[in-house]
Ligand binder design. Structure first.
Ligand code: AMP
Ligand code: GLY
Length: 423
């Protein structure tokens, strides 16, 4: 099969790295890709906001399957355009993708189906939102309804701070269209876990659970980021709990979407919080997480392309998926200044030495230049290690990190520490 993978982050490098071992893969193209994906296939410079360009490339190169990594092209309608052109796509339609791209839709869907999620209200008017907050008798979270790259949720400490957040989103429009509508929801307490599952629209096949590290600094301090590291599987989550989340929350979600005429095909990612009242959904994503994909796919034993084909063909129920009974940890190395403004074009050294039998460097924001690899994003690398247990995985990841250097590199030193504590 010839495959076109859309995206340019660490998630896409991890997908490409796994696909290149697939028995049925003939040619792999990545658009636009990064310095890491270039070692798994051919990077091509396509304008992703121009569906015609993608369709023409797919037709000219006899592409059998397009895989869309990020959420934005789905929201822009790329999967629908490809489907209409008769090209198979591993990604949800724009309508199904709303489960991520429109939090107001997602909350309404969850509530309508009686699925566990925090109490909420939505607002587009600043004054109405402030009035509601003034009356609210419980701690709350404010979220932009649209796609905000993991930075759309704020947990204000005071009413004054909350008003500033609302002003920022609704009046100053810092996130533009994505923040035109806000969700105000009850703040829940508990451990957070990501449960991702392959979906063919009917059947779900869960992956190992993962835990992201969203804050910039050790100990969960500092600002929110797209994710500074991850580990998998999460020791505190038993197989029974995974089964419960699938049976009571994710399966009814997929069933409800199919019944509403928008079958969900692709990766359904549930951001779950384990409260005293049981698991509740914080958010759904309609794709692999980044950096969750880096740890989860390191643990995948089965052929990824085969699984993705089964999702597209609707035959996931007959597809056995095997995972290594091991642990994996990913440490994100970010540019100086991230998650705020940062420089790019910084030379990176030590990449080859960091790739071993037990570690892989997934590139998030990199570019190839004449004399090597340079940074090209805020999150630069996702250095991933694996092994028979967490101690081994974490050691392998940090050994690899120690071999890499670039000016201003910042990374957390405590990735996976919680896995050890609860091991
Ligand atoms: P989201 O983008 O909705 O996943 O929110 C990002 C992060 O904000 C989550 O991973 C949580 O840490 C936090 N968060 C979001 N919603 C809530 C909530 N209702 N209660 C507590 N924390 C939340
Ligand atoms: N790491 C969080 C996400 O991909 O949404």
């Amino acid at each position: 099969m010839n495959v076109l993978l859309i995206g340019d982050g660490g998630r896409e490098h991890a997908i490409a790295w796994k696909l290149k071992d697939s028995a049925d893969l003939k040619r792999l193209f990545i658009a636009p890709g990064n310095a890491g994906t270039a070692s798994c296939g051919t990077n091509v410079n396509l304008k992703l906001n121009n569906a015609t360009e993608v369709i023409n490339f797919a037709t000219d190169n006899q592409i059998d399957l397009v895989i869309i990594g990020p959420a934005e092209p789905v929201e822009a309608g790329l999967s629908d355009a490809l489907t209409n052109a008769g090209i198979a796509v591993f990604a949800p339609s724009k309508a199904a993708g709303q489960i991520e791209s429109n939090k107001a839709f997602a909350k309404q869907f969850l509530t309508q189906h009686n699925l566990p999620t925090a109490r909420y209200a939505t607002f587009t008017d600043y004054h109405a939102a402030c009035e509601y907050l003034a009356e609210l008798a419980y701690p709350f979270v404010i979220k932009a309804a649209g796609l905000a790259d993991g930075k759309g949720a704020v947990l204000p400490q005071t009413f004054t701070e909350a008003k500033l957040v609302l002003r920022d989103l609704l009046l100053d429009k810092r996130l533009g269209h994505a923040g035109q509508e806000v969700i105000i929801e009850e703040r829940l307490e508990g451990e957070e876990v990501s449960l991702l599952a392959f979906s063919d629209g009917t059947t779900l096949s869960p992956m190992p659970t993962a835990q992201d590290h969203k804050r910039l600094r050790d100990g969960g301090l500092g600002p929110n980021t797209g994710g500074m590291g991850a580990f998998a599987p999460v020791p505190i989550v038993s197989k029974d709990l995974v089964d419960t989340i699938i049976k009571d929350i994710m399966q009814p979600t997929v069933d409800g979407m199919r019944e509403a005429g928008m079958p969900f095909v692709g990766v359904l990612y549930a951001g779950v919080i384990l409260t005293d009242n049981g698991p509740q959904i914080l958010e759904y994503n309609a794709r692999f997480g980044d950096p969750e994909a880096q740890v989860i796919l390191s643990l995948l034993k089965s052929d990824l392309l085969g699984i993705m084909n089964a999702c597209v063909d609707g035959t996931l129920a007959n597809t056995k998926i095997d995972w290594y009974d091991e642990a994996a940890a990913c440490v994100v190395m970010a540019a100086d200044g991230y998650p705020n403004a940062y420089a790019t074009g910084i030379a990176i050294t030590g990449l080859e030495a960091a790739t071993t039998k037990y570690s892989e460097v997934f590139h998030s924001g990199t570019n190839i230049v004449s004399d090597g690899v340079v940074s090209a994003g805020g999150r630069v690398l996702g250095v991933t290690g694996w092994g028979k247990d967490f101690q081994a995985a974490i050691t392998h990841a940090y050994e690899a990190v120690s071999k890499i250097s670039f000016v201003g590199a910042q990374y957390r030193k405590d990735i996976g520490a919680r896995a050890i504590v609860s091991d």
